[in-house]
Design a protein around this ligand. Structure first.
Ligand code: HEM
Length: 211
């Protein structure tokens, strides 16, 4: 009975998170459909999808910290879905850039990559995130063993590159850039502190003589 109610609660929470994370996309589509995106709808779509991509990346980083420090485990239990949604919004953002800004011209993309460092940084972030999405399944986790967690640490440099991409955009709102930078620095510092602590504990255990 307890097992059934646990499974039901998990399913309910899963559906809630899924709905909440799909809502921004539905909202952007609704605003576009009803012509409420202002004078430059294409730019608005690109920026909105990019904003949600970085917010969901930060939420993915929050999962283990929230579980460790605040004993809130709901994000950790659904970290895979949250991370996949972050990647989904990055891909939608790229699709919008390709459609509305580049007009699907590869020559333009190559020129932009060399002319604008922020595009290069965005691309680098996407390149780091893609293998994480591909290997997020249980099957890959088993296949890669301990290397899986090492590979998935790529989320940290990927988030930093995404942040730099945003900071280098002159148009990006300063307040948003400050809030994202603060949150990412906080989460990365917490993770570094935790890693140092567990390394210290391991080396202490190794040094301890066997009795
Ligand atoms: C992890 C990956 C990425 C994240 C999190 C991200 C995030 C963002 C954000 C938040 C903005 C909006 C800034 C604002 O509000 O003014 C933005 C804008 C932009 N991004 Fe990305 N981005 C990513 C990858 C990419 C990639 C791969 C490309 C293209 C190859 C790209 C191209 C652009 C462009 C062109 C803009 C400016 C659009 C405009 O004219 O307003 N981004 N990005």
């Amino acid at each position: 009975m307890v097992l059934v109610s646990d499974a039901l609660t998990k399913r309910f929470v899963w559906s809630g998170i899924f709905t909440l994370m799909t809502a921004p996309l539905i909202w952007v589509v609704y605003l576009a459909y009803t012509n409420q995106l202002g004078a430059d709808p294409a730019k608005e779509i690109v920026d909105d999808l990019g904003q949600w991509a970085i917010r969901f990346l930060i939420l993915t980083l929050c999962a283990s910290t929230f579980s460790r420090r605040l004993h809130i485990r709901v994000l950790l239990q659904h970290r895979r879905m949250i991370g996949l949604f972050a990647l989904f919004y990055v891909l939608l953002h790229l699709f919008a850039v390709a459609t509305f800004i580049l007009g699907w011209r590869v020559d333009l993309l190559i020129r932009e990559l060399t002319d604008r460092p922020y595009i290069m940084l965005g691309m680098a972030a996407l390149l780091l995130l893609t293998p994480l999405g591909v290997t997020s399944t249980k099957g890959w986790q088993k296949k890669l063993g301990r290397r899986w967690s090492t590979l998935h640490k790529l989320i940290y440099p990927a988030t930093l590159l995404a942040l730099l991409h945003l900071v280098l955009l002159i148009r990006a709102s300063t307040l948003e850039a400050i809030v994202y930078s603060f949150l990412i620095c906080l989460l990365l510092t917490e993770r570094l502190y935790k890693n140092r602590k567990s390394k210290k504990r391991k080396s202490e255990l190794r040094r301890k003589p066997l009795t």
